[in-house]
Design a protein around this ligand. Structure first.
Ligand code: 13P
Length: 252
């Protein structure tokens, strides 16, 4: 049985002062019995989040990372820096990075490999645009992303990672995928992992859904066999996040 994992992706929100206030507000109502909880915060909030969440079992993740070891890459953050800060997860391949910052599958693959090499667990995001969905090429497109982004990754690594299915049209729009739509794609991702690796690996990898997850749609999403949690954007910035975590517990 896979333990569900609920991750908040704060995106470019929360100054250090706001981060402290929000975590202090949420912390007393969150516990990691029956569910894994993770906050993926802006780089400048990582150390504060680590400090505030120490001893709670709640993990801290970054939202990006560069694949080079160190050196003249102004503005970038290395895997070694994240490890030294106690960060255990990193979101890679988010559609906002693919879109606004032109990250392609080749770059994302290098980042995924570097994360594993450094002992950080990647949350690899994939997802189709509305045009692709309307064209009927959703599954084909996502399988292609998975194959490219996981090139050279071993089955033991995949078994420990997280894949987040985030349809681009559902992100920040208030229009979530229905639980059946999300389940169809998450099941296809698991099948693709079984094809690329084996059944055991496919049964171990945790697959989240992300895209307008709220307290009112989370319960139904979490009843689905292949949805192992959520990557939550907007609703992770408020106390609603607690209700989403609690619905995951109820379906654990
Ligand atoms: P929203 O929950 O705000 O739609 O964002 C989803 C997302 O992109 C999480 O990574």
């Amino acid at each position: 049985m896979r333990k569900k994992i609920i991750a908040g992706n704060w995106k470019m929100n929360m100054t250090p002062t706001e981060a402290r206030d929000l975590l202090e507000l949420l912390k007393p109502s969150l516990d990691t019995k029956d569910v894994d909880i993770l906050f993926c915060v802006p780089a400048i909030d990582l150390l504060i989040a680590k400090e505030l969440l120490a001893g709670t079992g709640i993990e801290v993740g970054a939202q990006n990372m560069y694949f080079e070891e160190k050196g003249a890459y102004t503005g970038e953050i290395s895997a070694e820096m994240l490890v030294d800060a106690g960060v255990s997860y990193v979101i890679l391949g988010h559609s906002e990075r693919r879109g606004y910052f032109k990250e392609d599958d080749e770059m994302i693959n290098k980042k995924v490999c570097k994360a594993f090499e450094s002992g950080i667990i990647p949350i690899l995001c994939c997802g189709e645009s509305m045009e692709q969905r309307e064209e009927g090429i959703t599954l084909e497109f996502i399988r292609d992303q998975i194959v490219k982004d996981l090139a050279g990754v071993t089955k033991d690594q995949v078994a420990r990672m997280i894949i987040a299915y985030e349809p681009i049209w559902a992100i920040g729009t208030g229009k979530n995928a229905t639980s059946d739509q999300a389940e169809e794609v998450c099941a296809a991702i698991r099948k693709e992992i079984a094809r690329l690796y084996d059944d055991d690996t496919a049964q171990s990898v945790r697959i989240q859904y992300g895209g307008s997850v709220k307290s009112n749609n989370a319960p139904e999403l979490f009843t689905k066999a292949n949805i192992d949690g959520a990557l939550v954007g907007g609703a992770s910035l408020r106390s609603e996040f607690i209700q989403i975590v609690n619905s995951a517990k109820e379906n654990s």
